[in-house]
Write a protein that binds this ligand. Structure first.
Ligand SMILES: [Zn+2]
Length: 302
């Protein structure tokens, strides 16, 4: 677990199309000072900055969108997931358009980009949000909960009424290595039957088999899956990204059942609004708490 805050060493960039807007967007990642967190900057709108915070959440029907009331950025979750997965605290993400490029539908291109930039430790302690009381939100038969834990762990279950997906269940301790190898490559997915509806709403205009797993009635249209349970892994990737709206890394065990962006962000809101359920701690605090918990050795009679 990283003890100090991290940013990137140098500026890097990429370009790609927005999943929903269908337009080509240039994106650049730049280092940021300790304590600034992750911020988006719309260079096409005079450099307006939007902080990654639950206070700036706009809507979450198909993707996570942030706004400062004037400018907005959408489909932020995959690049944020990559930053969180690698433990990047401070980052400026410049965009020349309204949406983060979808790339191949996974977080791996952003992981590569962050590795290309190189990670740099900063002279400031990292503050974590450590869950001390469980929290749970139910939405009909779906739920999301978080329990006290020393690390970020996510257990996720999906249950789609579709013969090619069905029930998939995974638990991951979100370390940079597990994230990079087991979660980042999992691509977003969509159902062929929803494509017409989404396009009529002006969504998924840039969607294709190049950037999503497309699920038909009886088959998956892409040549192959990257993992047999790529679908549930992608949901964990999304959750890691949506949890960045907390503004600090989470220490807790998140358990989600048939959840999605809106339950992920509801949990972030609930954590924000329930300060008695968590503590803001640094690594030194954690070491101190662990030492205090160790049983005291009884004096030996001589
Ligand atoms: Zn996603």
């Amino acid at each position: 677990m990283t003890l100090t805050q991290k940013t990137i060493r140098r500026e890097v960039g990429c370009a790609g199309i927005g999943l929903h807007c269908g337009e080509r967007v240039n994106m650049r990642l730049l280092p940021a000072a300790p304590g600034t967190g992750i911020r988006f900057r719309r260079v096409d709108l005079g450099g307006r900055e939007i902080a990654v915070s639950i206070d700036n959440l706009h809507q979450t029907s198909f993707a996570t969108q942030l706004t400062d009331g004037v400018a907005s950025v959408s489909t932020v979750e995959h690049v944020l997931s990559a930053a969180a997965g690698l433990g990047v605290d401070n980052l400026l993400i410049e965009l020349e358009g309204p949406e983060v490029p979808i790339m191949d539908g996974s977080a791996t291109p952003f992981v590569y980009l962050l590795h290309e930039a190189g990670l740099r430790r900063q002279q400031a302690a990292r503050t974590f949000i450590k869950i001390v009381e469980p929290l749970r939100i139910d939405d009909e038969d779906k739920f999301i909960a978080v329990y006290p834990a020393e690390r970020l762990k996510i257990s996720y279950t999906i249950d789609f009424d579709h013969p090619l997906i069905g029930i998939q269940r995974e638990t991951f301790l979100v370390t940079p290595r597990a994230y990079t190898e087991q979660l980042a490559p999992a691509r977003t997915f969509g159902f062929l039957r929803d494509v017409e509806t989404m396009r009529s709403l002006g969504l998924a205009l840039g969607g294709s088999m190049e950037n999503a797993i497309v699920v038909g009635e009886n088959s998956i249209l892409n040549p192959q899956l990257r993992f047999p349970d790529e679908f549930v892994r992608h949901k964990i990737l999304d959750a890691v990204g949506d949890l960045t709206l907390l503004g600090a890394p989470l220490l807790g065990h998140v358990v989600a059942y048939r959840a999605g962006h809106s339950l992920h962000t509801d949990l972030v809101e609930k954590i924000r609004d329930t300060p008695e359920a968590w503590e803001a701690v640094t690594w030194d605090d954690i070491v101190y708490q662990l030492a205090a918990r160790r049983p005291v050795t009884a004096p030996v009679a001589v």
